[in-house]
Design a protein around this ligand. Structure first.
Ligand SMILES: Nc1nc2c(ncn2[C@@H]2O[C@H](COP(=O)(O)OP(=O)(O)OP(=O)(O)O)[C@@H](O)[C@H]2O)c(=O)[nH]1
Ligand SMILES: [Mg+2]
Length: 280
């Protein structure tokens, strides 16, 4: 296959619509919360985000920190030293809201300072929450709100519309549907996004994704490959081997390939594979 081509068509019309709607709301936005997935700190960054948000101040939220390979992810996140980065495990209760308010204020406190100088009362800050599908945007909002106010789910495309959510007197958040960009230049980036459920499953070439995951594990986490699938190294016939070992068989003792692809994809999707980071 051509290095830069995959069979994935990842950019449905509603993503263009979301971008348009975000642009229309931009004047109302004080700060941007860019949500990325800690298991792919590079691949899950929206490449044309700066075109979209112009020069708005920004905080990066690296979600799913509990699922990543911290050594690799910490190194990659340290490259974003020009931005404030908050690493978070949103499955856990923590003092996240306090940290977020304080970091937000450190960037945009001047808004209220100016209002007070003019004799006006303070107003709440308005943050745009943006990121690729399934990054954890709505979960972040729920965690900050301390209640389940936004719909979440482990698949791409759960949030369908832009929704304002008022957290408290200090902060209002705009939840948005996940977006990608029209052309993903790098095949690796497309496959990382697909492997980590940021691209709708219905349109995936399952064989391509499952083979990519197994080859990636073989090259980077051979111990996981061995423990999970009992194979030392990925080879073309690994699908057969896994199918037989895991009982993915059809009538006549024939391996059910589709079942093996789904098994591998779901192991990653459900976080059953151990702590891994797909970017390098
Ligand atoms: N383990 C773990 N799971 C997380 C974390 N954050 C989010 N998730 C899970 O990731 C999945 C996606 O979360 P959502 O909040 O729906 O993602 P989203 O970015 O709003 O997705 P769309 O609305 O589809 O764009 C859900 O199953 C969450 O439970 C985290 O820090 N750790
Ligand atoms: Mg959402």
């Amino acid at each position: 296959m051509n290095e830069n081509k995959t069979n994935i068509n990842w950019y449905p019309g509603h993503m263009a619509k979301t971008k348009r709607e975000i642009k229309e709301k931009l004047d109302l936005i004080d700060i941007v919360y860019e949500v990325i997935d800690s298991r792919m700190p590079k691949s899950s960054r929206i490449v044309d985000l700066d075109d979209l948000i112009k020069d708005k101040p920004k905080i990066i939220f690296a979600t799913k920190y509990d699922l990543c390979d911290k050594v690799v992810t910490d190194k990659l996140l340290s490259e974003y030293k020009d931005s404030l980065v908050i690493k978070c495990n949103l499955k856990e209760n923590s003092n996240l809201l306090k940290e977020v308010i304080s970091k937000t204020e450190s960037l945009i406190k001047n808004i209220n300072d100016r209002r007070i100088e003019k004799g006006l009362s303070k107003r709440s800050y308005r943050a745009l929450v943006v990121g690729v599908p399934n990054a954890g945007k709505s979960t972040l909002i729920n965690r900050l709100a301390g209640r389940n106010i936004a719909k979440t789910g482990n698949m791409a495309g759960v949030t369908k519309n832009l929704n304002w959510i008022r957290l408290n007197k200090d902060l209002e958040l705009l939840d948005t549907p996940g977006i990608l960009w029209p052309k993903i230049e790098s095949r690796t980036q497309a496959l990382n996004l697909a492997s980590l459920t940021s691209i709708k499953e219905e349109i995936l070439d399952k064989e391509e994704i499952a083979r990519y995951i197994l080859e990636f594990l073989s090259n980077n986490y051979p111990q996981i490959l061995l423990e999970k699938y009992k194979i030392e190294k990925y080879e073309d016939n690994s699908i057969d081997t896994i199918g037989r070992k895991r009982g993915c068989l059809m009538k006549g003792n024939i391996v059910d390939y589709e079942k093996v692809y789904t098994l591998v994809i779901n192991d990653v999707k459900e976080g059953r594979i151990g702590k891994i980071t797909f970017d390098k």
